[in-house]
Write a protein that binds this ligand. Structure first.
Ligand code: NAG
Ligand code: NAG
Ligand code: NAG
Ligand code: NAG
Ligand code: NAG
Ligand code: NAG
Ligand code: NAG
Ligand code: NAG
Ligand code: NAG
Ligand code: NAG
Ligand code: NAG
Ligand code: NAG
Length: 800
């Protein structure tokens, strides 16, 4: 104790020394009162105001209505009102470094600065807050190594979702007896954890997930109530002795490098509600004794190498709602026992290389299932009609198998269904009109099958349908104009999802989220990297509950809102006809991908009224002018009009689409006129304009082009861009080989690199924060970066 004080004092000394206010600080400590507390709070207020000139939080009102700090928003005082004891500035739009004088508030017990944008490190000053009981700095971007050794009174500590790094060993006070809750999740902490928490005798909740911890497991964890070390790099076996006395309610060891057998003694944890061992290298049998943990509700054993026998005892677990045995490579026919888990609500068996049908097991008759995920197996045969009797089904995920035959129209009776994913199978025949009865359907995923016929106009009755992917089939005919009615009212589904918390999100959910969102190839291609499980879980949650998670622009303006963003993915079919002009009804959709079809006629000008992020109509027979209204879609990032028959000139206002990062109008040979020499369009290279001999660019020549074959996928496209050949070609076309040009090309290449990194980073941050104000800040950054890129590109040219 005394030791800690000395160390903390030594640290304070250094800080004060740095600030050269040694004497003042010395005297301030002796005359503590509400007045000095108030003075410090006013210092804090002006400190925050200096760093946050616009968009300030609630602290701006301090001292305006009342002069007593105990009346101020977010300030708590002792019961006698004599001293300030708590500060809650959570979610107060605070940017910049942390205030360096909290320790001057001698009675501070509670400090919550979570959900802001704090940067830099935790100042040493904080170690002087010896009375601090509750510290919450979660959801910021604080970094550096942790040092909390002065915080000996701490009971609750939440540092989750920051960028702290370094070793835990030396971060906590040697005496952490008071600590009850510690959440260090989602940081960049390293080193071993085997003995860091031995001294914390009262610890009950410890969350170390999503860091980079290594070494062996801390053997003391089973005396806690909740312990998670998921998404780290912990290795070694889990020894039986750990579980001698176990009081755990939730244990999460998922996504590490544990190996060996799971000891049967784990059944000593007879209060466990959730056991998550997903994504390790556990081998051997699944202990039958797990069947005696009668409280078990969630059992996640997927992503391991357990042997094939599923103990009969597990079917006794009356409370078991979620069973995840995905990716164990079981192979062969699906085990019969699964048909006897009548209590289950969620059964996840994806990625097991199962062959044969699912009839023999009887899982198509489980009465209470709301989520059945059999994707990524080798099931074959016809889709069981009986599945239509599983009336609780909300998520039916059968993608990536070899199911053949037609889609049973009876599936239209599954009135609760929210996601129907049959994509990547061998299904044929037409889409049953009965699917139009699916009132709760949010996702209809039928991509990569051999479906034929027209899109039934009944699908337009699917009021909730927001994500429809029919890509790569042989669908023909026109888009029925009723289709513009989909997604007009998903509110009842979102409402009911907000009420219920049915969705226990396991790691397998990530795969589904990723697929339903990015669909492997585009259309949300700009969302490619989904970093951690927590983030994809939160996206999944937001999707199901109808909260927009990336901004789209409202009609004709660049005001961003977080509304729902549906997609329509119909590429790679034989669809034909003109687009229905009432397409502008589809205000809840932000991705329209109609590429590689046989659509013709004019692109309706109404398209400019949609809040689009992606518009891809490449590889069709659209003709006439490119509607200038596209220039009104201020948030458009990805515009591909290539391989059509557009004529006339490029509308000038496309040049003001400042978000545009992919643009392609190549191979519209009738397009004429000039490519602007400045503005957004001038940032695109020749590849965006190829095969248009009548177009003129101030920078490169487009006539006499031999049209190369269109890129078959994005990767190839990128490779071509960065490749040696095109670099050469580019320089030759410039009619010069001066160093300026070479430099410019390199700058551009690195520019693109940065763009990707920045994009991913932005996304990462956005998902981590999910905060609009934040996003705008980042976007500002991007604008600035873009502007720079433009400048970089244009500057030498102006000198030409
Ligand atoms: C902390 O606050 C006290 C009281 O207002 C003041 O005297 C002291 O200078 C401050 N210290 C620092 C490092 O700002
Ligand atoms: C810390 O703050 C976050 C966000 O405000 C909140 O969700 C979390 O529950 C808090 N942590 C603790 C331990 O109270
Ligand atoms: C720890 O924090 C993360 C993110 O801030 C949260 O998702 C998680 O539920 C928290 N853990 C506990 C045990 O409260
Ligand atoms: C985490 O640390 C590693 C290496 O120490 C570094 O490469 C990585 O960029 C860091 N990640 C974050 C999000 O700070
Ligand atoms: C985890 O450990 C492996 C070696 O076992 C190493 O290759 C890998 O980089 C580590 N990952 C992290 C995130 O530390
Ligand atoms: C288990 O609990 C019993 C009774 O509380 C106690 O006597 C024993 O020492 C504990 N064993 C371990 C290994 O903690
Ligand atoms: C899993 O463990 C087995 C044997 O214990 C070992 O051969 C294998 O390499 C491990 N796999 C991984 C991915 O670590
Ligand atoms: C499963 O199907 C895939 C793709 O069709 C195939 O490559 C693989 O060999 C099949 N596996 C088994 C076990 O049949
Ligand atoms: C299910 O749907 C089919 C065809 O769509 C229909 O003929 C049948 O009556 C329905 N069955 C029930 C039980 O509703
Ligand atoms: C999906 O279908 C397209 C076109 O038929 C094909 O090029 C692509 O390889 C398919 N994707 C997969 C993963 O099978
Ligand atoms: C968009 O979705 C919301 C929520 O479901 C709904 O209220 C609204 O009517 C929809 N807008 C359109 C134009 O379909
Ligand atoms: C547009 O779709 C075509 C074909 O469907 C595809 O090849 C192309 O990569 C897509 N364009 C963009 C910019 O994503």
């Amino acid at each position: 104790m005394l030791e800690d004080h000395k160390i903390a004092e030594a640290r304070c000394f250094t800080v004060v020394h740095v600030f050269l206010v040694l004497i003042i600080a010395g005297t301030a400590n002796s005359e503590n009162s509400l007045d000095t507390d108030k003075e410090i709070l006013l210092n804090l207020k002006s400190f925050l105001e200096r760093r946050n000139r616009i968009n300030r939080g609630r602290y701006v009102e301090w001292n305006q209505i009342s002069s007593n700090p105990c009346d101020w928003d977010g300030i708590f005082c002792s019961s006698d009102g004599a001293r300030v004891t708590g500060i809650d500035l959570s979610d107060n739009r605070i940017n910049g470094e942390m205030f360096k004088n909290f320790s001057a508030l001698g009675k501070l017990q509670y400090l919550d600065l979570s959900k802001n944008t704090l940067t830099g490190t935790i100042p040493d000053d904080l170690n002087g807050c010896h009375n601090l009981v509750h510290l919450n700095l979660s959801h910021n971007i604080l970094e550096g190594e942790l040092n909390l050794i002065g915080l000996t009174s701490l009971e609750k500590l939440d540092l989750s979702t920051n960028r702290f790094r370094g070793d835990m060993q030396f971060s906590l006070p040697a005496n952490c007896n008071k600590l009850v809750v510690a959440n260090l999740s989602t940081n960049n902490l390293t080193g071993r954890i085997d003995n860091c928490f031995d001294g914390c005798r009262n610890l009950q909740y410890l969350d170390l997930s999503a860091n980079m911890f290594t070494g062996y497991i801390w053997t003391g964890f089973s005396r806690l109530v909740e312990f998670s070390v998921s998404e780290n790099n912990i290795t070694g076996p889990v020894s039986a002795s750990i579980f001698v006395n176990c009081s755990l309610l939730a244990l999460d060891l998922s996504e590490n490098k544990f190996q060996g057998e799971v000891p049967w003694e784990i059944s000593n944890c007879n209060n466990l509600a959730v056991l998550n061992l997903w994504g390790n290298n556990f081998t051997g049998p699944i202990p039958a004794q797990i069947g005696s943990i009668l409280t078990l509700e969630g059992l996640l054993l997927g992503g391991n190498s357990f042997s094939r026998v599923i103990p009969e005892s597990l079917s006794n677990l009356k409370n078991l709602a979620l069973l995840d045995l995905s990716r164990n490579n079981f192979g062969g026919e699906i085990q019969d026992i699964f048909g006897r888990f009548t209590q289950l609500k969620s059964l996840v068996l994806q990625g097991n290389s199962y062959t044969g049908g699912i009839y023999s097991s009887g899982i198509h008759r489980l009465p209470n299932i709301y989520r059945l995920d059999l994707s990524y197996n080798n099931f074959s045969g016809f889709l069981p009609v009986e599945i239509s009797q599983m009336l609780s089904l909300k998520f039916l995920i059968l993608a990536y198998n070899q199911f053949k035959g037609t889609i049973p129209p009876e599936y239209g009776n599954l009135s609760q269904l929210q996601a129907l994913d049959l994509s990547f199978n061998d299904l044929s025949g037409s889409i049953p009109p009965a699917l139009g009865n699916l009132n709760s359907l949010l996702w209809l995923m039928l991509a990569n099958n051999s479906l034929t016929g027209e899109i039934p106009h009944e699908i337009g009755n699917c009021d909730s349908l927001l994500w429809i992917n029919l890509a790569n089939n042989q669908l023909s005919g026109a888009i029925p104009h009723e289709l513009t009615n989909i997604g007009r009212n998903a509110s009842p589904v979102f409402e009911s999802n907000r009420q219920s918390d049915l969705m226990i999100a396991g790691p397998s959910e990530c795969l589904v989220t990723e697929r339903l969102l990015t669909v492997d190839y585009s259309p949300f291609g700009f969302l490619y990297t989904i970093p951690t499980r927590k983030i994809c879980r939160s996206i999944w949650n937001q999707l199901l509950k109808g909260y927009g998670f990336f901004p789209v622009c409202t009609l004709g303006s660049s005001v961003r809102t977080y509304q729902i963003s549906g997609y329509i993915q119909l590429s790679g079919n034989q669809l034909t006809g003109e687009l229905p002009p009432d397409i502008d009804k589809m205000q809840n959709f932000s991705v329209l991908d109609l590429g590689s079809n046989e659509f013709y006629g004019k692109l309706p000008t109404e398209i400019g009224k949609l809040p689009l992020i992606v518009l891809n109509i490449s590889g069709n027979r659209f003709s006439g002018q490119i509607p200038k209204e596209i220039g009104n879609i201020k948030c458009l990032r990805n515009l591909d009009l290539s391989h059509n028959n557009f004529s006339g000139t490029i509308p000038r206002n496309l040049n003001e689409l400042h978000e545009l990062s992919k643009f392609n109008i190549s191979f519209n040979p009738l397009l004429a006129g000039n490519i602007p020499g400045s503005g957004q369009l001038s940032t695109f290279e020749k590849e965006s304009f190829l095969g248009n001999p009548l177009l003129h660019s101030p920078y490169f020549r487009l006539d006499n082009q031999l049209p190369p074959p269109p890129p078959s996928n994005e990767n190839e496209f990128w490779m071509n861009r960065g490749g040696f050949e095109s670099e050469n070609e580019f320089r030759m076309d410039e009619d010069s080989l001066n160093s300026e040009n070479i430099l410019r090309w390199e700058a551009l290449l690195t520019g693109y690199g940065c763009g990707i990194v920045f994009g991913v980073a932005m996304l990462y941050i956005t998902f981590r924060k999910g905060e609009p104000n934040w996003f705008d800040a980042v976007l500002d950054g991007i604008h600035r970066w873009r502007a720079k890129r433009l400048l970089k590109r244009n500057a030498p040219r102006r000198g030409d």
